[in-house]
Ligand binder design. Structure first.
Ligand SMILES: [Zn+2]
Length: 115
């Protein structure tokens, strides 16, 4: 077997670098490759927010909250409503219907597995 290899990811947006020297790490948590370039979790969140903020009023803010909640639910479907709410900086009451909506549309796995 090859010796330990340090792998490195650089975020194309903010330049933050993530390094792992253990094998089996596919990518840093929450990072994704987009158009051949890596983006960190922070920048991906930013993008979700920016994309949702087409209207700078209450509707826009609600859309932003909804988009970020969706993003967090899809990223980590096993997280509880409370955990997702914390990450999305909102309340579990906001998360619950969005999770139900994602399940109904088939974008999240069936809820029978865990509850
Ligand atoms: Zn970044």
């Amino acid at each position: 077997m090859a010796s330990t290899e340090t792998r490195e990811w650089t975020c194309a947006d903010c330049g933050v670098v993530a390094r792992f020297d253990r094998p089996g790490v596919e990518k840093p948590d929450g990072w994704a490759k987009d158009g051949g370039q890596w983006r960190c979790l922070g920048c991906r969140r930013e993008k979700v927010i920016t994309d949702a903020m087409t209207t700078p009023d209450d509707a826009g803010r609600a859309a932003t909250r909804h988009a970020i909640a969706e993003f967090e639910l899809l990223r980590d479907p096993d997280a509880s409503d409370g955990q997702v709410a914390k990450r999305a900086k909102t309340s579990p009451a906001i998360i619950r219907p969005i999770r139900a909506e994602l399940r109904a549309s088939g974008r999240l796995p069936d809820p029978d597995a865990t509850d």
